[in-house]
Design a protein around this ligand. Structure first.
Ligand SMILES: Cc1cc2nc3c(=O)[nH]c(=O)nc-3n(C[C@H](O)[C@H](O)[C@H](O)COP(=O)(O)O)c2cc1C
Length: 360
């Protein structure tokens, strides 16, 4: 007996079940950040999930963490996304848009004026980024000036308004994986000495101010935030994550943010990470709906509901090769492992060509 597959009402939304599509970048938009028919098909194929969360969608061109990632920085992005949301709604699904600013993890070739990426503090990420023209070393990012920060918040607000016009059911702030917002939050990437750096309260300020704007546009019941408190994706690091993320969750409660998408451990790598703390404390503290993610399988998802450690469970990679993942989990049917080579880039192959159980 489980309620994982049962319809439910959460924050006033009627969900088909408690399984979510975790945000998964697939880099099949055009170089202007526009989605199209491919994405409409892809998301509609997965609409039997209780809730779909889109791939990271940039609020400014220089917020893209790679070429061919989508955006919502321009009014011309609205109509193509509307085709996606219409296709999902026609299948009875619900879809939130993950709003993204990649910060130092972007690349100058994706910036309209080829300017350096921005960050809380000047810093250069090691490794390569999928830039315009192929993989390139990360640029040295420059620190945002204090008087530029209001503009970043305004960019998120405008993108949230466009998400509304595009027919989404809500928005998720990407507050994880060392992208701009997470980089502000953590003490290894934020060395500022103004009111956006130093104390926990200061480091969390940008996230809180952006969420305030999102709640003003959408109402708290339609706003989600993704956090990876003990994750180290792209070298994310904080010396003392427990008080930091406890403070952030207290702020979410104060703002009335309705949903918390919690990545448990290191995204896609491990459920354990150091420095660690008991993430269930955050779940208990948070007043809204929690979505748990990271390396869940069927048994773990059933257990999460049996123990009520999360209201929903989000699957990322398993949804790539299994558009009907919910049905497969329900029947305990085989889960197809998609070819990692088709995770990013390309076209229909490895994207919309996975058969459902019935078709196969
Ligand atoms: C190809 C790929 C792209 C991803 N893109 C995003 C993204 O755009 N935003 C995000 O928050 N997480 C992203 N993630 C992380 C996933 O949402 C998820 O946290 C991770 O895959 C672990 O969940 P899983 O074990 O169910 O796959 C991505 C993961 C993969 C494999």
């Amino acid at each position: 007996m489980t309620d994982l597959f049962d319809p439910c009402e959460l924050n006033g939304l009627k969900l088909q079940n408690r399984i979510a599509l975790s945000p998964v970048t697939r880099t099949r938009a055009d170089m202007e950040g526009r989605v199209g028919e491919l994405q409409a098909i892809y998301y509609a194929q997965r609409a039997s999930a209780g809730l779909l969360i889109t791939e990271a969608t940039a609020v400014v061109p220089e917020g893209r963490g790679g070429a061919f990632t989508p955006g919502l920085w321009d009014d011309s992005h609205v109509a193509p996304w509307k085709e996606v949301t219409d296709a999902v709604h026609a299948k009875g699904g619900l879809i939130f848009c993950q709003l993204w600013h990649a910060g130092r993890l972007s690349h100058s070739s994706l910036h309209p004026e080829r300017a350096a990426p921005v960050a809380p503090s000047a810093m250069q990420q090691e490794g390569l980024v999928f830039a315009d023209g192929g993989f390139k070393p990360y640029d040295m990012a420059r620190a945002l000036e204090l008087d530029e920060i209001a503009g970043v918040i305004a960019n998120f607000r405008s993108a949230a308004e466009r998400a509304k016009a595009a027919g989404f059911d809500g928005v998720e702030l990407h507050g994880a994986h060392s992208y701009l917002i997470d980089a502000f939050v953590r003490d290894m990437t934020n060395k500022r000495t103004d009111r956006y750096g130093g104390s926990i309260e200061n480091r969390a300020r940008l996230m809180v101010e952006i969420l305030t704007a999102l709640v003003e546009v959408w109402g708290g019941e339609r706003v989600m935030v993704r956090l990876a408190p003990i994750g180290h994706a792209y070298n994310a690091w904080d010396s003392n994550p427990e008080p930091l993320f406890t403070y952030i969750v207290e702020q979410l409660n104060a703002l009335g943010v309705g949903w918390l998408d919690l990545v448990e451990g290191d995204t896609g790598i491990s459920r354990e990470a150091e420095p660690s703390f008991d993430l269930s404390k955050l779940r208990k503290l948070f007043k809204g709906v929690t979505v748990a993610n990271n390396m869940y399988d069927r048994d773990m998802a059933l257990q999460a509901r049996a123990d009520n450690t999360a209201d929903m469970v989000a699957f990322g990679r398993a949804f790539i090769g299994n558009p009907d993942l919910v049905e497969r989990l329900k029947l305990d049917a085989p889960i197809v492992d998609a070819d990692r080579k088709t995770y990013y880039g390309g076209g229909a192959k490895g994207y919309i060509d996975f058969p459902t159980l019935a078709e196969s």
